[in-house]
Design a binder for this molecule. Structure first.
Ligand SMILES: [Zn+2]
Length: 316
């Protein structure tokens, strides 16, 4: 059985964690657009064989949390108030949650669900409690305490996927909404989640797609690279398939799960390009209508920027 070699899984700068090929290329350099500055940039290295990418140099596991400021999750108290007042239902971010729920229910209409790295838990708030028994795990214990006061019918676990509170349990569905790319040792994570779904159960993983048209067009300005170095890895459908299959999970589909989120990514990539190239947003406003065509092109080619891969655990 293969093991992840070091904390973030990269053995050396040019050995692919997913397929073991040593044929890699420089994809671009990117910097943390949320909390960093352009002077500190990271290299994105891409495996030519399976399309897997990684942020280099890789961060030692104990340093990763240092790149998450306290306010990373946003203002959860305010989000809960907006949910209760009905204001949240009119927002773009809520539309994305609704699209996620629809995506899950295409495969499993009811049952038990585990959301890994659930953040403030919005996705679980959006699931019908009469059909779903919901569990969220998030390492921010404070956030878990806060949401458990407001959503007592959801089980909130402070910790990570290795929490002993999850030992021996088997869910119908486990989801990762833009979480896997943040986690060290993806091989170990997928092996663990494979144990946490029942035979025939589903693992749904949404992440930015390094093979997408937008990633290759915008390169360093691609929206998903805003989160470097918190995005330790940059998956392609093929590389994810390799790791899922090793974990006993068969890939059923790689699909677009949210037009809203995909368009949001295209939009911000174009803003970055416009600001970097021209120092202002004027070209962005001029070119924005073309993004609809680009989204359609991604659809035709099946190379979306924001992908959800659905895998099923083999029946016993
Ligand atoms: Zn590879």
């Amino acid at each position: 059985m293969k093991e992840d070699k070091n904390p973030t899984g990269q053995e050396t700068d040019c050995s692919c964690l997913a397929c073991s090929s040593r044929d890699c290329e420089h994809f671009c350099r990117a910097f943390d657009r949320y909390y960093g500055d352009p002077a500190t940039s990271w290299e994105i290295v891409r495996c030519r064989s399976c399309g897997f990418g990684w942020t280099s140099p890789s961060l030692p596991e104990e340093e990763i949390l240092g790149y998450y400021p306290d306010w990373y999750m946003g203002d959860t108290r305010r989000t809960i108030q907006e949910y209760q007042s009905g204001q949240l239902a009119r927002s773009r971010s809520w539309r994305i949650e609704v699209e996620k729920v629809r995506h899950v229910e295409e495969f499993q209409p009811s049952g038990t669900i585990l959301d890994v790295g659930c953040g403030d838990g919005k996705f679980l708030w959006g699931m019908d409690p009469s059909r779903w028994e919901r569990t969220g795990v998030e390492r921010g214990t404070e956030i878990m305490q806060l949401v458990s006061r407001h959503f007592p019918d959801v089980e909130w676990i402070g910790g990570d996927i290795y929490s002993p509170l999850l030992d021996g349990r088997q869910f119908d569905v486990a989801t990762f909404w833009h979480v896997l790319e943040h986690l060290p040792r993806p091989r170990r994570v997928l092996r663990r989640v494979s144990e946490l779904v029942r035979p025939g159960g589903w693992v749904i993983i949404a992440l930015p797609n390094l093979e997408s048209t937008q990633a290759h067009l915008f390169r360093r300005n691609w929206f998903a690279f805003d989160e470097v170095p918190r995005h330790l890895f940059h998956f392609s459908p093929r590389s994810l398939e390799i790791l899922l299959e090793e974990a006993g999970l068969r890939v059923v589909s790689h699909r677009l799960y949210s037009r809203t989120n995909n368009f949001h990514s295209l939009k911000h990539s174009l803003v970055h390009w416009s600001e970097e190239r021209f120092g202002n947003r004027a070209p962005y406003y001029l070119l924005k209508p073309f993004l609809f065509g680009m989204q359609a092109l991604e659809q035709v080619r099946g190379r979306y920027g924001m992908l959800a891969s659905v895998a099923q655990r083999a029946e016993a």
